[in-house]
Design a protein around this ligand. Structure first.
Ligand code: ATP
Length: 238
């Protein structure tokens, strides 16, 4: 297996607040890897640092064999890493199609872009049906689909999803879960951050549990789902 993303001893702080305190993890090509943990554990901070939106205090990040640290965010996208952020961050006044085109802003292959927009409409038919409507008219779950679709428009080698299930109904969650599985089947490598540990671990090849800036437990998704401490702390079981 080839390591697509390698993080070694990463430390990230907001001023004096240490949010990530020395985490190391590897994502191999073709895998779904998940980071789970409660509010404030440092999951979002980790993704934002990988994307180049935050500068680490120390530690290294390698993507596709090359260092990522100190690379500007737009160059990181160009190298094949896309981030669908927590809280959606779509452009509400632009249409759905315009939002998707923005995800392809670095690409020049018009035919490929058209092809990929249709692929997003196949994954999420509601986006195709409403392509000319303003994105702000979509429901929360549909906006989440648009955020995922937009991230896919850069044809990423690695797709990072931050809390794709947040605020979704069980049916919408099933749809997102099915889409993540489908993306994996078509060769997309995924780093998934979730508070919904059960759903994320069920999908993941490998999982890491984060607590207050550290990885406290790692294993296959199945092992962690069956781990007694994980069941008690994160899956709401006695
Ligand atoms: P959540 O699921 O609630 O987003 P998380 O695991 O993603 O949780 P982070 O958002 O990475 O956690 O937050 C890690 C820590 O860093 C928390 O203590 C949080 O309060 C702090 N933090 C996050 N963003 C900032 C910021 N912009 N300024 C100061 N502290 C921050």
């Amino acid at each position: 297996m080839t390591a697509l993303l390698e993080i070694d001893n990463l430390h990230v702080a907001y001023g004096k607040i240490k949010a990530v305190k020395g985490i190391s993890l590897t994502v191999h090509t073709g895998q779904i890897v998940t980071l789970v943990g409660t509010n404030g554990a440092g999951k979002t901070t980790t993704l934002r640092t990988i994307s180049g939106l935050l500068t680490p205090h120390s530690g290294t990040i390698h993507f596709d064999g090359q260092p990522l640290t100190h690379t500007p965010a737009h160059r990181i996208v160009a190298r094949g890493l896309a981030h669908s952020p927590e809280g959606r961050h779509i452009f509400p006044r632009l249409t759905i199609a315009e939002n998707l085109h923005l995800g392809a802003f670095l690409r020049k292959d018009t035919d490929g872009i058209t092809h990929d927009i249709h692929r997003v409409y196949e994954l999420f038919p509601v986006l195709g049906e409403r392509s000319t409507q303003k994105a702000g008219t979509l429901s929360g779950g549909e906006q989440q689909m648009l955020a995922m679709g937009r991230a896919l428009m850069s044809r990423p080698k690695l797709l990072m999803l931050d809390e794709p299930s947040m605020g979704l109904s069980p049916i919408m969650m099933q749809k997102i879960t099915a889409t993540i599985t489908e993306l994996k089947a078509t060769g997309t490598t995924i780093l998934l951050v979730e508070q919904n540990a059960r759903a994320a671990l069920a999908l993941a090849d490998h999982g890491h549990v984060m607590e207050t800036g550290r990885i406290v437990l790692s294993g296959t998704g199945t092992d962690l789902l069956h781990d007694e401490s994980v069941r008690k702390a994160y899956l709401g079981e006695d």
